[in-house]
Design a protein around this ligand. Structure first.
Ligand code: CP
Length: 319
C-alpha cells in the first residue's frame, strides 16, 4: 500500500507522522530547512515560495510555539495566513470537522495546519481530501492526541544534527512521560529512521508504554543509569491533561527521581545538550539551573522550528 503522505512520484503531499516516512524524505526536509534558517538573519525575512497560497491554522488545542512558528513560517514564505478562532467558530454549533474543512476549501484553502486532541484527526482530514479528489490541498499534523507531532520531531532532529552533526554515533535519552507524548513518538521514529544506534527512554513504569521497546529503544527506570554517557538529553513534560487517574505519587517525588538537575546531567557526556519541546514545568521535570544553563538548547529549538516548518510547507507546495 502506498504511503498516504507521498504521491506516486514520492513527493510529500501531507505531513501526518514520521512513522514510515523514508529516511531520504526526512533528510530532504532537514536539508531544505538549512537555508531557511539563515533567512532570519536578513533584513527582509521573506521569500515568495507560497505567494498567493492560503494557509489555515486550525488549532483545536492550545499552543504557543507550534501555532506561532507555523504562522511566522507561512508569512516568511509570503502565504496568506488565516488563524481560525476555534472557540468563536461554528464548531461550537455542532458543525463537524469535515464540514468545517469543506467550507474552508470553498474559500480556496491550500493548506491546513491541524492540532487536535483526538489522535487521527489530521489523517481524517487528509483522507477526506484525497477521497474527494482535492489532492492539491495539503494537511500538516501540528500534534494529534498522544499520536504524533511530526514537525516537532523534525525540529528536534534538526537541532540534534546542528549540534552533533552525525546521527550514527549518538546516544539519545528521552526522559519522562513517554506514555502520553506525541513528541517522544515522533522523535523516536525520526531518530531510528536516520540510524541513531542508541535511543533510550527513561521513566517510571507507569509513564512508559508497555511495548515501548518494540519501537527500537532501550528502556531504563533509573535515571542515573539511563543518562550515563548520553550525547543528547530530551526532557518531557508530565502531560496531566492526557492522564487518566493518578500515575505518580506527587510532583515532588517525580522531580526527585526523574527531574534533570545539574548533578544528574553530570552523568551524561561533558558536551551533552539538553532539549525540551516546551512548555516546561520548572521544578517538576527540569531544574532552572539546567533549563537556563549553557548546555540547554531549548530556545534554539524554537528558532529552528520556524525554518523546519518553512521547509515542510515549501515542499508540500511543490517547491
Ligand atoms: N512543543 C509544542 O508543541 O509546544 P506548543 O504546545 O506551545 O505548541
Amino acid at each position: 500500500m502506498r504511503n498516504p503522505q507521498l504521491n506516486a512520484a514520492g513527493e510529500l503531499t501531507h505531513l501526518l507522522t514520521l512513522e514510515d516516512l523514508p529516511a531520504e524524505v526526512i533528510s530532504r526536509i532537514l536539508d531544505t530547512a538549512v537555508p531557511f534558517a539563515s533567512i532570519a538573519e536578513r533584513d527582509v525575512k521573506k521569500v515568495p515560495l507560497l505567494r498567493g497560497r492560503s494557509v489555515f491554522n486550525l488549532f483545536f488545542e492550545n499552543s504557543t510555539r507550534t501555532r506561532t512558528t507555523f504562522e511566522i513560517a507561512a508569512k516568511r514564505l509570503s502565504a496568506d495566513v488565516i488563524n481560525l478562532n476555534i472557540g468563536a467558530s461554528s464548531t461550537s454549533k455542532g458543525e463537524t470537522l469535515l464540514d468545517t474543512v469543506d467550507n474552508l476549501v470553498a474559500m480556496n484553502a491550500d493548506m491546513f495546519v491541524v492540532r487536535h486532541a483526538q489522535s487521527g484527526a489530521p489523517h481524517l482530514i487528509a483522507a477526506h481530501l484525497n477521497r474527494t479528489g482535492r489532492t492539491h490541498v495539503h494537511v500538516v499534523n501540528a500534534g494529534d492526541g498522544r499520536h504524533a507531532h511530526p514537525t516537532q520531531g523534525l525540529l528536534d532532529l534538526f537541532t540534534i544534527r546542528h549540534y552533533k552533526q552525525d546521527f550514527h554515533r549518538l546516544t539519545v535519552a528521552i526522559v519522562g512521560d513517554v506514555l502520553h507524548s506525541r513528541v517522544a513518538r515522533s522523535l523516536i521514529h525520526g531518530l531510528t529512521t536516520l540510524g541513531t544506534p542508541e535511543v533510550r527512554v527513561i521513566g517510571p513504569k507507569t509513564l512508559l508504554p508497555t511495548a515501548v521497546a518494540s519501537l527500537g529503544v532501550q528502556v531504563f527506570h533509573d535515571m542515573r543509569e539511563g543518562l550515563a554517557g548520553c550525547d543528547v538529553v530530551v526532557m518531557l513534560r508530565l502531560q496531566n491533561e492526557r492522564m487518566k487517574g493518578a500515575l505518580l505519587p506527587s510532583a515532588g517525588e517525580y522531580f526527585k527521581h526523574y527531574g534533570l538537575t545539574p548533578e544528574k546531567l553530570a552523568l551524561a557526556k561533558p558536551d551533552a545538550i539538553v532539549m525540551h519541546p516546551g512548555p516546561m514545568n520548572r521544578g517538576v521535570e527540569i531544574d532552572s539551573a539546567v533549563a537556563d544553563g549553557e548546555r540547554s538548547v531549548i530556545l534554539p529549538q524554537v528558532t529552528f522550528g520556524i525554518a523546519v516548518r518553512m521547509a515542510v510547507m515549501s515542499m508540500l507546495a511543490g517547491n
